[in-house]
Design a protein. Structure first.
Lengths: 413, 369, 513
């Protein structure tokens, strides 16, 4: 990013903070930026983030992965089994392996046999959904706490930590002050929000969350700064050109799908080991597809996926923990839309003005009239947002050019 | 330049169908072997399992249940197959049929018509609703170029959300006071009568009829030819005057309309209402597997639906024999995967053989001249 | 392929031997002799042009040099050493770099990434991007190119993309560059820029092989010119020893095919008309510019020209597959706003350039392919009349001599020539008013070719108008009543086939004003 882009980004973030702080004070809804909300949001972000990254690694090497949900299911089951038998860390390892199994099946079907990638993904989803049920019937029935649709609980939970000094973490047994918490309680303009947000991000954090977040910069570095990553990306952008230059597209696609499966498995693992302490049927609840949506929303870039996952996680978090604040959220969206509207008018971009206007009117209307948003409708938020993004930002979206197109070695072009 | 055209029927589509049938059967056997291995590995006896399946499934009662379970699968698979014939993936059958079920069930309680018309009305409403939901994906593809795989997946979840909201807000009928909330029950004039009391509903006949219509429309009509041509070579189809965007719209509308019927066996043949826990789910995806197994052919789909129906009907009984009942679904998934892979490989081999055989036939023609 | 430490450009030592010597290269494919006893010497640090028409054998020869094909006989020597390339990697290792006519670049990757892909400078697997960037910038400035290596390819114009392809081969240490029709997609300004780059390359010691049919450019840039015609070398000359007319004659041959006589007369009504037809493509030179012509009943107008001068886009414009400026009239009715089906219904028929891509459904049966485009006339109501369709196919098979066991076989079974006969037949069978025929006898053996021409003549006699697009001079000169020469998207000349000479034809086909 260039310097002016960085500067503009900082201004935008600061502006958004100012607006949300104002809204918070105006509506007296602390839940908007409280550490409770943010902490929950972070927890909810993790599986979506990992699912999105799983989709990214697959599509970047050229293969659509509609089967993320199935690979996550394998991850939830294998992870819980490992955690039950050996403990949470081993559980996470098993979760990754479980997801990789799904990735392997997908890669054999699509890369070796050139089955349609979508079909393979759909079948893997079904295979996983019923496969783990079968395995549960086999392994968990009759065990204490287990049954057809759930596993016995894990041996112990993954440790969590608080950041010292900032969030009351322990240093050598001494409980340090909770600076951010203190700030949050003050409820000051912006500073108080920063305190809440900061504390939410640093208090009671699971190590698994840290691992998940680290996946983003590591993926970025590998994909854009290593030879392996460049060749992998070229397999998805132009496998014909890559092959003509001596790149082994087939092998790279196998690797990419194994990584994709592993990440999806890890996503499932966080659901059954971190967010909860056992496997439950239906635990994934469509998050594999939300991950796909996040990948599209994030324009196939890790940073975008992170942003999208955080947004979706935040929306979920507010719903869960501070549902009264939802109306305040509408006010916030209205305010942001208003700012964007002015910006778009100045820039004279008609379509953007239209979108901003519609967003502004809808959210202002919602703020005025809606007391509670029906749970049933908010569930569809990430999907609706994705469709809107697809419909309006089609030009700017840059999926890997040849993702989804079957490739055979040595085919003439 | 005249030549004796060989009456050799060795090349017609019947041959190809037989080849596909053969490789599918082979694939099913292979899949059963793989499943058997899986069973062994997890400590169960595959022969006992398969034996139990056959034993329970081949009774008259269970065979009727097979047909009953096959009915919604036939509808779903045909809906998916219509799309496949044009290289379109309608993964949205799930959302389309649930939406159609809700609307049709509710509308069915607001009219009073004599019996056959009432049923017909409900069916038509279901088809229109399914087509309407599918049209969203079609319009997004035609106007904004959004790939239908993504949009139908998204629309599935949006549909679930939307349906839940409409149901909770408007259509819910609590007069029953029970745990199983549904829409108002449909009057008896709107119910599809059973073929075999409580065992098999008349919708089975409707399903067979729809399969027949599918064959007539897609394989014999002009529209169907244009549909298949657009799937086989969209560029050649365009060059030959077939309008691409219109075909996409019609194909998805038709697919959605058939999808709308998937839940009708439940809505007008069993529960006589729509309810979140009474109307069966997951048939959208099951339909994809049946279409794949049936190779998008009406006869194949019917047979594949019956095979899956057969397997499903045995699952409850398996439970009692210490064989986890979900093995049935796992078998189905593995069958589909293996069949798809084997068919891909074998059709390529078949094409090579046909080319060789044709070359031979031509040589013999030359000799005889 | 070995991955790279970044190699410095090797200056060649003073050496009198030719850098590339091809001796008696011959190559045949089933049914056609592509190269017949070709010999060539290419001197170091020169620009050596190879000219010839479509099908003359130029690209086969270059593919042999690049290792994509092996010659049936003959030898290749590089720097005096006899070599045999079994694959492109071996050719690349010997310093040969090919810049294809159709670029192979990944749009979403940056210039730098495209250049280093497969040859990346790394340390322990991590890309040494700053080293690579430096090297690319060095190479770029050494040939007079100024590019920001971190731009994605999608933002580049055609000329710039070509330069990236050139940098790609230079980066791998190529000192012999083969450029296949490099100026085909460039506007004049980009051509000038390219020539500046090429001259700088030569000054640095690189040898350049330049395939083209544009004689003006060839004369202005090359040091030596080799003319290939029908698989053999015809001559190797220096540009100052020859002028364009002589060169064109060498390329086209001194004998032209004869023109057939006709019994019927040309009609009075115009059945196909184009006025100021222009096809606009974003970020690209307009492939068709202000083309106008009229075709009368019972008339065959031939469009002659080397492939890639806009003929394909012209046909698409007439058919209604692209947006145009200007007008198209079919049978006197303005068809500019009609879609494909409507134009077909007005009596237009089209034999496409690429039968696999645009004409046939390979896995469908012959009769279904014969049905394509004619569904309405072969149905009863909404249903297809299977018997009529099969019968119609049998008639086409019989009339046009399609060699096939029967009409039920899938189309992929047929040889290319027979597939082409089916496509021609299905179009002629419905007696269209206007036939747009692109290479109608491509891939057909001589006997069948004559038969197809006879059918076209017969339909013409019955009133059909034909726009015949072809690079086969025998076909065009033999069939047409009038000839239009197409070059660079425009009609450069209108000629009487009876009076056309090789010089005149060659002159207009290769860029004279």
């Amino acid at each position: 990013m260039t310097n002016s882009k960085n500067f503009r980004l900082l201004v935008a973030i600061f502006g958004a903070l100012a607006i949300i702080s104002t809204v918070r004070l105006w509506t007296d809804q602390d839940g908007l930026t409280s550490s409770g909300t943010i902490g929950t949001a972070l927890r909810l972000t993790v599986p979506i983030l990992l699912a999105g990254m799983a989709g990214l690694w697959a599509e970047r090497c050229g293969v659509l992965n509609i089967g993320i949900e199935g690979m996550m299911i394998f991850g939830t089951w294998a992870g819980a089994w490992g955690a039950w038998q050996f403990g949470p860390w081993v559980g996470l390892l098993f979760a990754i392996l479980g997801g990789m199994f799904g990735g392997l099946v997908h890669s054999i079907a699509t890369v070796r046999f050139n089955i349609d990638q979508v079909i393979s993904g759909v079948v893997i989803n079904l295979f996983a959904f019923f496969g783990v049920r079968y395995l549960s019937e086999l392994v968990y029935v009759g065990k204490k706490g287990g049954g057809i649709s759930q596993s016995p609980p894990q041996k112990w939970a993954l440790p969590r930590f608080d950041l010292p000094i900032l969030s009351g973490g322990e240093i050598a047994g001494w409980k340090s002050p909770d600076f951010l918490g203190w700030l949050e309680l003050r409820r000051w303009f912006i500073i108080g929000d920063l305190g809440g947000i900061g504390r939410g991000l640093t208090h009671n954090i699971s190590w698994a969350t840290v691992i998940a977040l680290v996946v983003v910069p590591v993926s970025t570095w590998v994909l854009w700064r290593t030879r392996f990553g460049l060749r992998l990306r070229s397999s998805g952008e132009s496998p014909v050109a890559a092959e003509s230059l001596g790149v082994d597209v087939i092998r790279l696609r196998y690797y990419g799908l194994l990584i994709s499966g592993g990440l999806a498995g890890l996503a499932g693992g966080t659901l059954s080991i971190v967010a909860s302490s056992y496997y439950r049927q239906g635990q994934t609840a469509g998050r594999g597809f939300i991950g796909l949506a996040t990948m599209i929303f994030g324009n196939w870039r890790p940073s975008g996926i992170m942003t999208g996952a955080m947004l979706f996680g935040y929306a979920e978090g507010i719903k869960l923990v501070a549902s009264d604040s939802i109306t305040a959220l509408f006010l916030f969206i209205a305010a942001i839309s208003g700012v964007f509207l002015i910006y778009a008018i100045i820039r004279r971009k008609r379509i953007q003005v239209l979108i901003a206007l519609v967003a502004f009117c809808l959210s202002a209307l919602a703020y005025q009239t809606v007391d509670t948003v029906p749970e049933s409708l908010t569930q569809s938020l990430p999907y609706v947002v994705t469709l809107i993004v697809l419909a309006t930002a089609n030009q700017r979206l840059r999926p890997p050019a040849m993702a989804g197109v079957p490739f055979r070695r040595g085919e003439p072009h | 330049m005249s030549q004796q055209l060989s009456a050799n029927r060795n090349f017609d589509s019947m041959r190809k169908s037989l080849n596909t049938l053969g490789s599918s059967l082979g694939a099913i056997v292979l899949a059963l072997v793989i499943c058997g291995v899986l069973l062994l590995v997890t400590g169960k006896d595959p022969f006992a399992a398969y034996g139990k399946i056959l034993e329970t499934g081949l009774t008259g009662e269970k065979l009727l249940e097979m047909l009953k379970r096959a009915t919604p699968l036939i509808f779903s698979a045909i809906a998916v197959a219509i799309g496949f014939k044009m290289n379109l993936f309608n993964i949205g059958v799930e959302g389309q049929y649930l939406f159609a079920a809700l609307i049709a069930a509710e509308m069915g309680t607001h009219v009073s018509l004599p019996a056959p018309l009432h049923v017909l009305f409900i069916l038509v409403v279901a088809m229109v609703s399914g087509a309407a939901w599918a049209s969203i994906a079609a319009i997004l593809k035609i106007t904004r170029g959004i790939n239908e795989v993504i949009s139908t997946i998204m629309l599935n979840y949006i549909a679930l959300s939307f349906i839940q909201w409409i149901f909770e807000t408007f259509f819910r009928d609590d007069s029953d006071g029970g745990l199983n909330v549904k829409t108002t029950e449909i009057a008896s004039s709107g119910r599809m009568p059973d073929l075999v009391d409580n065992r098999l509903n008349g919708m089975f006949i409707v399903a067979l009829f729809v399969a027949f219509l599918y064959w007539v429309i897609v394989f014999r009509s002009r529209f169907g030819f244009q549909l298949r041509a657009s799937g086989l070579n969209p560029i050649a189809a365009r060059t030959a005057g077939i309008p691409a965007k219109r075909m996409i719209l019609f194909a998805l509308l038709l697919s959605g309309a058939v999808a709308g019927l998937v839940a009708m066996p439940s809505v007008i043949g069993d529960v006589y209402a729509y309810g979140p826990s009474s109307t069966p789910t997951q048939f959208g995806f099951a339909g994809i597997t049946v279409a794949l197994l049936g190779r998008n052919h009406p006869f194949g789909i019917i047979v594949a639906a019956m095979l899956f129906g057969f397997l499903d009907s045995t699952s409850a009984v398996l439970q009692l024999s210490e064989i986890p009942s979900s093995i049935v679904k796992v078998i189905q998934a593995i069958i589909v995967l293996v069949v798809v892979i084997v068919n891909e490989a074998s059709s390529r081999r078949y094409n090579r053989k046909i080319a060789e055989r044709a070359a031979l036939a031509l040589k013999s023609l030359d000799v005889s001249r | 392929m070995r991955s790279g430490s970044v190699k410095p450009n090797q200056k060649s030592t003073i050496d009198k031997s030719p850098v590339v010597e091809l001796a008696n290269i011959s190559k045949s494919f089933p049914g056609v002799v592509a190269n017949r006893d070709i010999s060539m010497r290419i001197e170091r640090a020169t620009i050596h042009a190879i000219v010839g028409e479509n099908g003359a054998g130029k690209s086969t020869l270059m593919k042999i040099l690049y290792g994509l094909h092996q010659p049936d006989s003959g030898t290749i020597s590089i720097n005096g050493v006899l070599t045999q390339f079994k694959s492109p990697s071996e050719a690349i290792a010997a310093g040969i770099g090919m810049v294809h006519q159709h670029f192979m670049l990944a749009d979403n990757l940056t210039i730098l990434e495209n250049i280093i892909l497969g040859y990346e400078p790394t340390s322990y697997g991590v890309l040494s991007l700053s080293d690579a960037r430096k090297r690319v910038k060095e190479l770029a400035s050494s040939i007079g190119v100024d590019l920001d290596p971190d731009l994605p390819i999608s933002e580049l114009g055609v000329g710039q993309r070509q330069r990236v392809e050139i940098l790609k081969v230079l980066f791998r240490g190529a000192d012999i560059l083969v450029l296949d029709e490099p100026t085909a997609v460039l506007v004049p300004q980009e051509v000038d820029e390219l020539f500046v780059n090429l001259r700088k390359l030569v000054a640095n010691g690189t040898t350049i092989l330049f395939i083209s049919h544009k004689l003006d450019e060839v004369l202005s840039i090359s040091d030596q010119i080799t003319v290939i015609r029908q698989g053999s070398t015809v001559a190797t000359v220096a540009p100052n020893a020859v002028d364009r007319l002589k060169l064109a004659e060498l390329m086209v041959g001194s004998d032209l095919p004869g023109h057939g006589e006709r019994a019927t007369k040309i009609g009075k009504n115009i059945q196909l008309s184009a006025r100021d037809l222009t096809v606009i493509v974003k970020n690209h030179k307009n492939p068709v510019q202000n083309v106008s012509f009229d075709i009368f009943e019972s008339e065959i107008v031939g469009i002659v020209g080397v492939d890639g001068n806009g003929q394909f886009e012209l046909c698409e414009a007439l058919l209604g597959l692209v947006d145009i400026q200007g007008t198209v009239e079919i049978g006197g009715i303005d068809a500019s706003n009609l879609n494909v089906r409507e134009r077909l219904d007005q009596g237009l028929a089209y034999i496409p350039f690429d039968r696999h891509r645009e004409g046939l459904m390979l896995s469908a049966s012959l009769w279904e392919n014969a049905l394509l485009g004619h569904e309405v006339s072969l149905s009863r109501g909404p249903m297809i009349d299977f018997d009529a369709a099969k019968k119609s196919c049998r008639e086409i098979v019989e009339q046009f001599g399609v060699t096939t066991p029967n009409e039920l076989v899938p189309a992929f079974v047929l040889s290319g020539g027979n597939q082409q006969k089916l496509v021609v037949g299905r179009n002629l069978a419905k007696a269209p008013k206007v036939l747009v025929a692109a290479h109608p006898t491509r891939g057909i053996d001589v006997g069948a070719q004559a038969a197809v021409w006879e059918e076209i003549r017969r339909s013409r006699d019955a009133g059909m108008s034909v726009l015949l697009v072809s690079a086969d001079l025998e076909e065009v000169l033999g069939l047409s009543d009038r000839i239009l020469v197409m070059f660079d998207g425009k009609i450069s000349a209108e000629l009487d086939p009876k009076k056309a000479t090789p010089q005149i034809l060659g002159k207009y086909m290769t860029g004279a004003q």
